[in-house]
Design a protein around this ligand. Sequence first.
Ligand code: SF4
Length: 340
Amino acid sequence: MKNIFGYKYEKLENELIKIGEKKFRTRQVYEWIYLHKQYSFDKMTNLSKTSIQKLKNNFTIDFIKINKIEESSDTIKFLFELNDGNLIETVLMKHNYGNSLCVSSQVGCNMGCSFCASGLLKKVRNLDAHEIVQQILLAEDYLNERIDSVVIMGIGEPFDNYDNVLDFIRIINHPYGLAIGARHITISTCGIIPKIKEFIKEDIQVNLAISLHAPNDTLRSSIMKINDVYKINDLVNTLKEYINKTNRRVTIEYVMLRYINDSSKEAAELAKLLKGMNVYINLIPYNEVDSSGYKKSKKEQTLKFYDYLKKAGLNVTIRREFGENIDAACGQLRAKEVEK
Ligand code: SF4
């Protein structure tokens, strides 16, 4: 039996029709679980006893569990335990414009980026859509506030779990689901080109972010294994195709690693690479991971890098730092718990 939170609207409609229910039952069930947050079939009072029994016979409604929470003034980090005992992380960031939640899409990650704590532990399995949806529901419940925006940038490579992640997006974006606007949802990939091409064809307005982190193949391959498969020029050409076809801006994530990718030479190469493209560059202060050996760039260096790009006419910001004191680097909390 599959968890009810794993069904996008149309899929649930089909399933309900298969078990002899009317189409409109889908809206009722969606409203119970996503609007009224009623997580027991028995308490869905506008459904007949027979319908409730059918739901119970065909779907589960159980939740992942909170294993641990770490909190600072602007960040809450959740360690969730899945029903098979695996652990994942979710990070909530409080901005002045609302609450943003960074969700995980896999248990571990096989992409092996050398600066990343999530990649230290290999992929165990993909998350089902319900396990991604429930990260939001439990965070909202804990905070007693609505999550305004969602980034799929936690543990895992979302395009390595394409179907479940796309179902997740459709569920949270649906007006009877969590009704989170597509423009408030960002999917972040390390650059799996065939999946970006597939994503171009999806009729959905969510934001696309690319973890670029280096402006040339030699450097990028030395910190991100994926670059051995999909080279920078091919990636940039695919992004141009995305921008042309969707008319949407792409976010370029660039983590600032001291003496690795933060010199003026790299700033110049990056400016040249992205010149004229509708992109927005996000310079990310690195959250140091004990075992990786990388250091965070010095503040002056980050500012210099920023200035260079700005002067070259690119849209660029430096990401505000969150939760340094609570192992906020994605995957750190989980890595520590699994080690124990
Ligand atoms: S940065 Fe993202 S893609 Fe790379 S290893 Fe970490 S989780 Fe995986």
